[in-house]
Design a protein around this ligand. Structure first.
Ligand code: FDA
Length: 307
């Protein structure tokens, strides 16, 4: 990252990591999160998806929650995803789901997590859609990749995952996953990682992201690009134009509440666009990662309060 933005990010992540402050904001700040979160329940979230679909924007729904403390809690989250997938099917929504492996119990019991995700993948198949395993901090990278590989080996081809371009290891992971036919969303990465394992500089992270995207486009393999960065979007458009790459081979993904006008414009211009729509009560960690990404996101929230 640039020095200023790296300092800002560290400051925000440690500030919001404070337990007292976290409790206070979680209790009183639901309105704050409204800018980035589609609602507290799946009915509200599915309504948002309906509106997005009408604009030609697909969705990926995320039921907020991570790092569960018990397997019972994980099972509760799994059940919510199963009901959500039934809702997607019923509504014929153009939507996939995104799941955090630690919400399914990855940190407690990888086997139980595997079973939970497998159930979700099976239900997703019935709903004619797919499941993306979001990538969390580097403690879970290997375990998440093992999870998705195992699911593919068992024939659950509708499971995808994410690679973060800030990790040095991602280049190698991307090549292997490409060979294995596991579809990816490529992002810069949203967690605080040590410089021993991750690029600390924003220019390097951007260049790595572009490199990983190109790797896919060159080989004609579908890739989802999770970024709001004009440089990323512009480079991908120019590259696709120059080499005649079909628009069905890539998809722009952005977060709900951010650059909604850009999402609509891209969709109108004939690009595939998918909006990441989070909902639920456990919005605090998601919300703080968004604030840590950019000072302007903090302003969006403050402005929302005074509307
Ligand atoms: P970044 O914040 O780096 O900003 C770069 C430039 O883009 C800015 O200088 C500005 O010009 C422009 N820009 C960015 N946001 C803007 C805005 N709101 N308005 C105007 N201009 C803006 N991370 C992770 O670790 N694991 C995961 O599984 C995922 N999943 C995921 C899914 C999707 C759909 C998205 C979009 C992102 C993720 N991420 C993620 C988060 C990702 O890693 C990253 O932290 C954020 O997307 C921020 O990086 P950007 O490339 O979007 O822009």
């Amino acid at each position: 990252m640039g020095r200023g933005s790296a300092v800002y990010r560290r400051l925000m992540l440690s500030l919001f990591g404070n337990r007292m402050l976290g409790r206070l904001i979680s209790r009183h700040g639901a309105r704050l999160a409204g800018r980035f979160v589609a609602g507290r329940d799946r009915t509200s979230a599915l309504l948002v998806v309906q509106r997005l679909n009408r604009l030609g924007i697909a969705a990926t729904l995320d039921h907020l929650g991570e790092s569960v403390r018990s397997l019972e809690e994980a099972a509760g989250f799994r059940e919510e995803y199963l009901r959500l997938l039934d809702g997607i099917k019923l509504q014929k929504a153009k939507a996939t789901v995104s799941v955090k492996p630690t919400q399914m119990g990855l940190a407690l019991d990888p086997e139980a997590c595997f079973r939970n995700v497998r159930q979700i993948a099976e239900r997703a198949k019935k709903a004619g859609t797919s499941v993306c395993l979001d990538m969390e901090d580097s403690r879970y990278t290997e375990l998440t990749l093992e999870l998705v590989r195992r699911l593919h080996d068992e024939g659950h081809r509708n499971v995808t995952t994410v690679l973060q371009s800030y990790l040095y290891r991602s280049e190698e992971d991307a090549s292997r996953l490409l060979e294995e036919g596991i579809p990816l969303r490529l992002v810069k990465g949203a967690y605080q990682e040590k410089k021993e394992i991750a690029y600390p500089n924003s220019e390097d992270i951007l260049l790595q992201l572009l490199k990983l995207i190109r790797l896919h486009l060159e080989q004609g393999v579908f890739v989802a690009i999770g970024s709001h960065d004009d440089r990323v979007i512009g480079e991908v458009r120019a590259y696709a134009e120059k080499f005649g790459i079909d628009r069905s081979l890539f998809e722009f993904q952005m977060l709900y509440g951010l650059r909604m006008n850009v999402q609509a414009e891209l969709a109108q211009s004939g690009y595939q666009v998918r909006c990441y729509v989070p909902y639920g009560r456990q919005w605090y960690p998601y919300f703080t990662r968004r604030l840590a990404e950019k000072p302007s996101n903090l302003w969006l929230v403050v402005r929302n309060l005074f509307r």
